[in-house]
Design a protein around this ligand. Structure first.
Ligand SMILES: [Ca+2]
Length: 331
């Protein structure tokens, strides 16, 4: 446990050191960006579902037509986003096809259903009025998200996206590495498979911004209604030093929750400098030593919750404030 704690402390220290100065903040006008919401919903595969639902089981998403899925987890909802463009750093990024993005961070109930276990550190002490199993999963290594995605794809009858050592079957991959592993680092993402995957870094920021160019996806000046966070330096924040049920704060314009705060979210990309030229469907550097995660968490200052804020960590590491969100190609 001590090691875990130290890792987490390390994350916070890095956040504090990077501070708000590292936040890219505003970008230029997204210009050609559409409203980003695709017109058609899509369910998770061989499912019933079809109608919108959110983690609390009440009204529909404010964005597009989202739908629940075939494995009966209410907090597992994918929102269709349309093709479009936005500016990331100083680069114009275009998505030539729409894609699906998780309406919520992956919850403990979904992780448990797919993996048969729940690694989260926050399994007790839920805030009154919230649902424990709908808190986001954390303590998940980047490597473990690959296993999760392929297992969920297989459960829903979809094509697994990730290949390691020539196989898409995670049961043949062996144990999840606890140190950086060249075999797992060589994972191949099949961009045409229809299964679940991590969003790319560009997809994550496009989805977070939802057409905005402001520091946060609901404005330039942080508002506590937008997400769960806490600055250990200043004491400002609302998280109470813990995760919260997903979907309790204000959604962005495309109906996505907790893009700012609650848990940080692993994305696909190796960490590297952002390019400056126009790119389409970028998937990041082809190699590296650490993977990007985004969005800030319950233990982050408001500055590190910014839409453009970037941070990275070795893929074998984990922390009690890092989880993930799912993406999928739009079939
Ligand atoms: Ca988040």
């Amino acid at each position: 446990m001590k090691k875990h704690f130290l890792l987490a402390v390390c994350v916070f220290a890095v956040c504090a050191l990077m501070g708000i100065a590292a936040c890219g903040g505003d970008t230029e006008d997204a210009g050609t960006s559409s409203n980003g919401l695709a017109s058609n919903g899509s369910n998770g595969g061989n499912s019933s579902g079809g109608n919108s639902s959110n983690a609390s089981g009440n009204s529909s998403s404010s964005g597009g037509t989202s739908s629940s899925n075939g494995i009966g987890i209410a907090s597992h909802v994918m929102v269709p986003l349309s093709s479009g463009s936005f500016t990331m750093g100083s680069a114009d990024v275009t998505f030539t096809k729409g894609f699906l993005m998780g309406k919520y961070e992956v919850t403990q109930e979904l992780y448990q259903q797919v993996m048969g276990s729940n690694p989260s550190s926050f399994t007790t002490g839920v805030t009154a009025g919230e649902v424990q199993v709908r808190r986001p999963v954390e303590y998940v290594r980047w490597y473990e998200t690959l296993v999760f995605c392929n297992k969920l794809s297989i459960l829903e009858g979809l094509s697994p996206v990730y290949t390691i050592s020539g196989s898409t079957d995670p049961s043949s991959w062996g144990s999840v590495p606890t140190s950086s592993n060249s075999t797992w680092n060589a994972v191949i993402m099949n961009s045409s498979a229809n299964g679940y995957r991590l969003p790319t870094e560009a997809e994550w920021e496009y989805a977070c911004r939802a057409g905005t160019t402001t520091t946060y996806n609901l404005g330039n000046t942080w508002n506590d209604a937008w997400g769960w966070y806490l600055s250990f330096t200043t004491g400002n924040g609302n998280s109470g030093s813990k995760t919260h049920e997903v979907g309790k704060k204000t959604a962005n314009a495309w109906g996505l929750y907790d893009m700012h705060g609650n848990v940080w979210e692993w994305v696909w990309d190796w960490y590297g400098s952002l390019g400056t030229s126009s790119v389409s469907n970028p998937t990041g550097p082809t190699s590296g030593s650490s993977r990007v995660y985004r969005g800030g968490g319950w233990g982050s200052s408001a500055g590190s919750l910014a839409s453009a804020y970037r941070i990275n960590y070795s893929p074998d590491t984990y922390s009690y404030d890092i989880g993930f969100r799912l993406a999928r190609n739009n079939p």
